[in-house]
Design a binder for this molecule. Structure first.
Ligand SMILES: Cc1ncc(COP(=O)(O)OP(=O)(O)O)c(N)n1
Ligand SMILES: Cc1nc(C(=O)O)sc1CCOP(=O)(O)O
Ligand SMILES: [Mg+2]
Length: 201
């Protein structure tokens, strides 16, 4: 399976309506602290927009809702994975991406037979507090060997200056939140990401 090299992560369907039409081909809906009805609604809106623009939608965390709403890709962290019903996820035909931060997590992720593995945080991130120190690019190269032949996603502190480095060290896709959503010009930055990842598309 090939992932688009530019992996946008946003916290609402509104962001998806705003940025996906610019040419984004891989987007994660990562909603926190909302009620189920709201999340379900946002998944539906996101699905409609992504279908219209041939963009792969990945739902973070809410695997039951993703199944019920006929989505086809979810992302789970290690705590999510421990509580998820993998058999139900597979029976529903969902593809699965899993986060990793250390060797023990990598072993658990690989045991789940995911469709991609993410390693982070590659650089310091301001999005959320993390107990892991930045992994750095050499660690990404090591993960590349461990994860082969699965796609490897790099996440954490990425910006347009850091794109080349992560691909040179084995990432297949670069996931990004705040470099776009906190940018003064999110549309312009999104276009820049699309352009700067073109060589790996
Ligand atoms: C592509 C990608 N990688 C890692 C994460 C983090 O997942 P998780 O550890 O479950 O943390 P939350 O994002 O749920 O706070 C991700 N979402 N996407
Ligand atoms: C959601 C998330 N997960 C991470 C991990 O390492 O698992 S790092 C991260 C935050 C990514 O945001 P930004 O691009 O703004 O740094
Ligand atoms: Mg999670």
């Amino acid at each position: 399976m090939k992932l688009d090299p530019f992996y946008l992560i946003v916290d609402s369907a509104q962001w998806i309506e705003r940025l996906v039409p610019l040419g984004v081909k891989l987007v994660q809906l990562r909603i926190k602290d909302r009620n189920e009805e709201d999340i379900r609604h946002q998944i539906r809106v996101a699905r409609t927009v992504c279908s219209a623009h041939a963009c792969q939608l990945i739902v973070n965390d809410y695997w039951q809702l993703a199944i019920e709403e006929a989505c086809d890709f979810i992302h789970l962290g290690q705590e999510d994975l421990a509580e998820a019903d993998l058999a139900a996820i597979r029976a529903a035909g969902l593809k699965l991406g899993v986060s990793t931060h250390d060797e023990a997590e990598l072993a658990k992720a690989l045991a789940a037979e995911p469709d991609y593995v993410a390693l982070g945080p590659i650089y310091p991130t301001i999005l959320k507090k993390m107990k892991w120190a930045p992994q750095g690019l050499e660690r990404l190269s090591w993960w590349r060997e461990r994860v082969h032949p699965l796609p490897l996603v790099a996440i954490g502190g990425l910006n347009t200056e850091r794109i080349e480095g992560v691909f040179a060290h084995g990432a297949d896709s670069a996931a990004v939140v705040t470099d776009i959503t906190l940018n003064a010009d999110p549309e312009g930055r999104t276009r820049e990401w699309i352009r700067k990842t073109e060589a790996w598309r």
